[in-house]
Design a protein around this ligand. Structure first.
Ligand code: ADP
Length: 481
């Protein structure tokens, strides 16, 4: 039960207007049980245009306020999210499936971006550049980019929104958001709390409905100056194409295929814990999840045994049950992809060291799985699995494993475990990834720049770099001095 039932609102927010679903529209279900949670309205082009117009109307006034005033409102939003964290986490677990403790972790992690960018709002500094002529002076200022459109996925229904909305609003932009249709209630709860925090109407609209129709209007609009998207590479490329005619700025957080390397000098117990955190967080459904685990030959068998033994102690179940560590997968397509990857790997010679099948709980539950004898020619080496499968590859040399790790179109997160300082530096520099975890499986934090290279995307979220993404540089040339 929620302490505050008004946080589960079956409505979308367009400018100042709440549009109620009234029992129709898109049905949202709990992936653990299939039970109906409620409906959100099925909106499209007209409402998207209205939200963009409201954003445009509100943005100039918002940008003209002092950074301190914007910061204070964002801080109130942060405080309200934290004060209501139990309820917002419960809503998240109901629609997404992750265990409550993990959902609560996401809410606090998500809120930390609002807090961080509330602080950063006051530090959007410009520059004074020595002039090129005696009578000239050069000044650089940073201004909000304007109206921003955001499209977010279901795997982090809260944090993928706050990571975008926090810096956008802090910089003086307005945001029109389309959340994933599987998990809209987390987005709507954020909008309810933003309204309570005193965020002026129009600055944060949440439109639920057809991705194609909403995305089409967002990308075509010349009022929208930036699109920020987290999701698949496939859809990211499509949005990039659609944004070309209006030359929009883009931030794209796309797929990953993270390598996780265990060298033979690693602290193996720490590496096992890191692998579990990195591989199995959100049941393997994060874009920074370890997708390929490379273990050096000398420690391969011990690592495999330790990993399987540790995993066997962790419970699969409904995320609302206290002791659950692994929830269900998001839907039947996710289960099918996991099964395909396991079938492909075993057909090509991999062995199932544990799991490998759908869980006895039924539905979209899947057994935590460890595969050994995995090689680069298997589908799992190329594609993101997005499920609870740990494939263990064997390697011999540093150069060999770095080459294998980099042999992918993706470049988001990577991880490795070693106790050798020189190796840590060298491998850290050689991995072609936007992020490298060294002796840790957990790298995401508001203080650090999150983002990828190659087909994993454009731009960075979080950190002091994250707010720059929502500003334009303007140069003022003062002459006749
Ligand atoms: P995932 O594989 O994580 O579901 P998707 O890229 O399919 O990733 O979806 C991420 C977000 O992008 C969701 O909010 C989804 O509704 C939206 N989306 C999917 N297809 C399109 C599209 N053609 N145009 C705009 N948004 C889309």
């Amino acid at each position: 039960m929620l302490k505050d039932a008004t946080l589960l609102r079956q409505a979308a927010l367009i400018g100042a207007e709440w549009i109620e679903a009234a029992g129709a529209g898109i049905a949202v279900t709990n992936p653990a049980t299939g039970a109906l949670i409620g409906h959100v309205p099925d909106l499209g082009a007209t409402e998207t245009e209205a939200a963009i117009a409201a954003a445009e109307a509100a943005q100039g006034v918002w940008a003209a306020r002092t950074a301190k005033e914007r910061s204070a409102i964002l801080r109130r939003w942060y405080d309200l999210i934290v004060a209501n964290a139990d309820d917002v986490a419960r809503i998240l677990t109901m629609e997404q499936g992750k265990p409550l403790a993990e959902a609560k972790g996401e809410i606090l992690y998500g809120a930390s971006f609002i807090e961080w960018f509330a602080e950063e709002a006051r530090r959007i500094y410009g520059d004074v550049i020595p002039g090129h002529a005696p009578d000239k002076r050069i000044v650089v200022i940073k201004q909000p980019i304007g109206v921003v459109a955001a499209i977010t996925p279901w795997n982090f229904p809260n944090a993928m929104i706050t990571r975008k909305a926090g810096p956008a609003l802090a910089a003086g932009c307005a945001m029109v958001l389309k959340p994933a249709s599987q998990t809209p209630f987390s987005a709507i709860a954020l909008a309810v709390l933003a309204e309570r925090a005193g965020l002026p109407a129009g600055l944060f609209s949440v439109i639920t409905g057809s991705a194609r129709a909403i995305g089409g209007v967002m990308t075509a609009s010349d009022k929208v100056r930036k699109l920020t998207f987290t999701g698949s590479t496939e859809v990211g490329i499509e949005l990039m194409r659609q944004s070309a005619p209006t030359v929009k700025k883009l931030a794209l957080e796309l797929g990953g295929n993270a390598p996780f390397i265990v060298f033979d000098d690693a602290d193996l117990d720490a590496a096992v814990e890191g692998a579990i955190v990195s591989k199995f967080r959100n049941n393997g459904q994060t874009c920074v999840c370890a997708n390929r685990i490379y273990v050096q030959a000398g420690v391969y068998d011990v690592f495999a045994a330790k990993l399987a033994a540790r995993l066997a102690t962790l419970k699969v179940g409904n995320g609302l049950d206290e002791d659950t560590v692994f929830g269900p997968l998001i839907d039947v397509h996710a289960v099918a992809k996991v099964e395909e990857h396991i079938a492909d790997a075993t057909a090509k010679g991999a062995q199932v060291a544990m799991g490998g099948k759908r869980h006895a709980l039924g539905g979209t539950f899947f057994q935590p799985t460890v595969l050994t004898g995995v090689t680069q020619d298997m589908a799992i080496a190329r594609e993101e699995t997005f499920g609870p499968v740990a494939p263990l590859f064997r390697f011999d040399t540093d150069a060999g494993v770095v080459a294998m790790a980099n042999d992918t179109e993706f470049g988001l997160a990577s991880y490795f475990y070693t106790r050798d300082l020189a190796r840590a530096w060298k491998v850290g520099e050689q991995l072609e990834y936007g992020m490298v975890g060294i002796n840790t499986g957990l790298i995401s934090t508001a203080e650090a720049p999150f983002g990828g290279i190659k087909s994993s995307g454009l731009g960075r979220e979080g950190s002091r770099y994250g707010i720059e993404e929502f500003t334009e540089i303007k140069y003022l040339c003062f002459g006749g001095i």
